[in-house]
Ligand binder design. Sequence first.
Ligand code: PGA
Length: 247
Amino acid sequence: MMKKLIAGNWKMNGSLAANEALVRALRDGMGAPACDVALAVPAPYLAQVQALAAGSALALAAQDVSQHESGAYTGECSAAMLRDFAVRYVLVGHSERRQYHGETDVHVAVKAQRALAAGITPIVCVGETLAEREAGQTEAVVRRQLAAVIHLNGHCISEVIVAYEPVWAIGTGKTATPEQAQEVHAVLRAQLAAASPHAAKIRLLYGGSMNAANAAQLLAQPDIDGGLVGGASLKAVDFLQIIAAAQ
Ligand code: PGA
């Protein structure tokens, strides 16, 4: 069976002191986890968390990457810069980037390509809004978002991780039921299978109010290969329980 991945997404939270306490507690409490574990931290803290996580099972992730290679793009971070801090994964097309920063499917595809070219695994986020779900458009929306990254120049889709995050479940405490999540994951798996012989090996994460209480049931679904965890990744006790649930 494929190893699951539990990725914490700190979003715009943290401080030098809080990060140090959190990463130390994770290191102490984690032992040798059965799953892969990553922390997507704010860019200014990459160096700090790289040092704190050294020699542990914690891999470093970034929350975004520039679609440009280098140059006059004030405020942006390039894939090569992330690579300098040994970043293994980068979130691409998180719904908060799509919603508040106008990121389109085209931007998401270019960003995924930039990450791959730098040797960083993109975690491509897809998911429908509540209005789209209520209008019966869930499948069409996630299929369109995934289609944008399915053919990346010189790369195979099997190099990518996909995270299904229903927008209505993010930060709301309203988790998709395991059945609702599995239903969408199966759609994504079928779409990947039509594009790649390696679809069974592509990790499909679920995100959206995953917590210590609901993680085990979500992670038991056949097409859920891990979690992208926001709020609950900021509390060591909760995040450790989610890691323990990912066998
Ligand atoms: P949440 O966030 O776990 O706080 O709902 C998940 C995410 O946005 O990645």
